[in-house]
Design a protein around this ligand. Structure first.
Ligand code: FES
Length: 111
């Protein structure tokens, strides 16, 4: 299993969750009760699955497609390391991936 960590929007809570290889980060987050709507179910048409990736983990992800970048431009509170959770498939190399829910303080980016 691959461990991922979800940080609450205000940065005060961290939830560690195990996901399976090939699972989408969006599904892992939703199964864990994280507040990601994922309205379009991965069709890259909503941006409600927006998460902020920890800067140290960002480079481990497969780069975003142009379509994803376009959706992120519309996402509320998007930052340089924002991604759509529906576009991130879990791989063993992503063990320990940390993402924050958007909308609150951006504690991970203040360091
Ligand atoms: Fe809609 Fe990811 S679920 S863009």
């Amino acid at each position: 299993m691959i461990e991922v960590r979800f940080v609450s929007a205000d940065g005060t809570r961290i939830q560690r969750v195990q996901g399976a290889e090939g699972e989408r980060l969006l599904e892992v987050a939703q199964n864990a009760g994280q507040p990601l709507e994922g309205t379009c179910e991965g069709q890259m048409a909503c941006s409600t699955c927006h998460v902020i990736v920890a800067p140290e983990d960002f480079g481990r992800l497969v780069p975003a497609s142009e379509e994803e970048e376009d959706m992120l431009d519309l996402a509320m509170g998007a930052v340089r390391t924002s991604r759509l959770a529906c576009q991130i498939m879990l791989r063993p190399e992503l063990y320990g991936l940390t993402v924050q829910m958007p909308g609150g303080h951006r504690d991970m980016h203040r360091r």
